[in-house]
Design a protein around this ligand. Structure first.
Ligand code: AMP
Length: 490
């Protein structure tokens, strides 16, 4: 087993892009993410021990025999050759040398298939070619954008037979349709996570073009929930949401922005495991500034999309977090349509004016609070997917935290006065809907309202209140408290 590679003859002050894949008797594996390295401006590349020859050490989990395959992409005077690297977020990851050592990224980065000059190469790199004779189509289960979706079975040599979903491209397709259709497979094939739909492979060698994925017995989450209205416990719902958040954390760690996260694009298997799906490119609006509002109807899913993504196409993991909040609302309301029958234009206007979806029936306060956090206007104030996973994990470990339900709207109206008098720190936290942090404060020795004068951002971090939206709410209320005393404006 080889897990290091010496690369010599490199030019100083030059960026190289490496990709690694395993080679076993079974053939080639898929490529890992790109590793971008810049040689130092001195005349020797200093990676690893500076006294050693140049060594690129790559850790491989579970590899057997490894062949390091290098695609050296010389980036000379800013120009890539071979293929271009594309990142959805250009601010991210470029590796830096630290005292002669290279920092390998903690995770892989997603490669957009359009960055390949030859899209068929992306398919070869990221998807396994399956022989059509190993597939048995059984029945039609749905309609996709490009053709039918069927269920069936896949039997690969020396593997047990499994149930699969088979998406096929309808006959008479154009070359562009074939490319767009298969782009979903070259995206999906880069992911490997229990909450992301798994690609088994593709059939491209014959006229019939197919994408084969794992089969999800319960179909899409929205219709599944509507069919089972009221039949799941809150813990089960939170478990589903936890899975979706975990899949989304994985995608955002890979710098992949989904843009169309909605319950209809989540699939559910027989164990109630939810998996993110729908990675097609064709619906992603690249060049049409009108598409959000007009004729191309439904191209930007307005109800699920963050305001900055609707207004100026700022799609980021933070806009995916907004959509995730809408998915939370869909799940807790068992598949209700967000904003009911309001028109898209009315939704856009209402959101701009500060309106947010109210808690669904029987919704735990903490969950609605988390939704509202996902719908913060400023995207940097929204939680990250990693934080959402942690919050949901805590709720699952401590189900009593789900007991406190959002109050009826009558209660909310009664309390929606400008001024509220609070006498204790607990009352204050409840009043600003931050009751979940009572323990954080008391454990840190904050007992009285007066002690709050010492609270600031770094103090909140220290006591474990890290969500930017929550910090903002607490700090602005503290400030208000300092000016108005026990008369707290909420
Ligand atoms: P899509 O084109 O991915 O939106 O798929 C269309 C419909 O086919 C979905 O809404 C699902 O009902 C069904 N479907 C797609 N993929 C699967 C799968 N892996 N397992 C079960 N049903 C699926």
């Amino acid at each position: 087993r080889l897990n290091s590679m010496t690369v010599d003859g490199l030019k100083p002050g030059t960026t190289y892009v490496f990709r690694v894949r395993a080679h076993t008797d079974g053939g080639y594996g898929t490529y890992g993410g790109e590793i971008e390295l810049e040689t130092s401006h001195e005349d020797m590349l200093a990676i690893g021990d500076p006294n050693q020859p140049t060594i690129l050490a790559v850790s491989i989990a579970g590899g057997i025999v490894l062949l390091i395959f290098l695609v050296a992409c010389f980036v000379i005077s800013g120009r890539h050759c071979g293929y271009i690297k594309a990142k959805q977020d250009p601010d991210e990851e470029k590796m830096h040398f630290q005292h002669g050592r290279v920092k390998l990224p903690g995770s892989r980065t997603y490669v957009h298939p359009h960055t390949y000059e030859d899209p068929n190469q992306a398919i070869r790199d990221f998807a396994k070619e399956i022989d059509a004779s190993s597939i048995r189509i059984e029945r039609v289960i749905g309609a996709g954008e490009f053709g039918e979706v069927c269920s069936g079975r896949l039997k690969l040599p020396s593997k047990r037979e499994i149930c699969v979903a088979i998406k096929s491209l309808k006959a008479g397709y154009s070359e562009k349709q074939r490319r767009d259709f298969l782009s979903e497979a070259s995206i999906m094939g880069q992911f490997d996570h229990p909450n992301i739909i798994r690609l088994e492979g593709v059939v491209t060698k014959c006229k019939l073009v197919m994408i084969i994925t794992e089969f999800m017995e319960n179909g899409s989450l929205d219709s599944f929930l509507r069919k089972h209205d009221g039949q799941f416990t809150m813990i089960q719902l939170v478990g589903m949401l936890r899975g979706i958040a975990s899949g989304m954390k994985y995608l955002s760690d890979m710098n992949y922005v989904h843009r169309d996260l909605a319950a209809r694009n989540i699939l559910v298997n027989s164990n109630l495991v939810c998996k993110v799906s729908d990675f097609g490119l064709s619906r992603v609006l690249e060049d049409d500034p009108e598409a959000a509002y007009t004729t191309r109807g439904g191209k930007i899913p307005i109800r699920w999309t963050a305001p900055e993504a609707i207004a100026y196409r700022k799609f980021t993991s933070a806009s995916d977090v907004w959509s995730y909040g809408i998915v939370m609302w869909e799940v807790v309301s068992f598949g209700e349509r967000p904003y009911w029958e309001m028109s898209n234009q009315d939704v856009i206007k209402a959101i701009d004016e500060g309106y947010r979806l109210p808690a669904p029936m029987d919704c735990p306060l903490v969950l609605h609070q988390l939704m509202l956090d996902c719908w913060e206007k400023a995207r940097s104030d929204r939680p990250k997917f990693g934080q959402i996973v942690n919050i949901l994990d805590k709720l699952i470990r401590n189900p009593s935290s789900l007991k406190q339900l959002t109050q009826s709207s009558a209660w909310q109206d009664a309390n929606a006065q400008d001024c509220l008098t609070v006498a204790t720190l607990e009352e204050w936290l409840d009043a600003i809907k931050m009751g979940q942090y009572k323990e954080n404060f008391s454990a840190a020795g904050y007992v009285t309202l007066e002690s709050l004068i010492y609270v600031n951002g770094s103090e909140l971090n220290k006591i474990g209140i890290t969500l930017p939206g929550h910090q903002k709410r607490i700090l602005s209320s503290v400030q208000n408290f300092q000016t108005h005393g026990a008369h707290l404006q909420v």
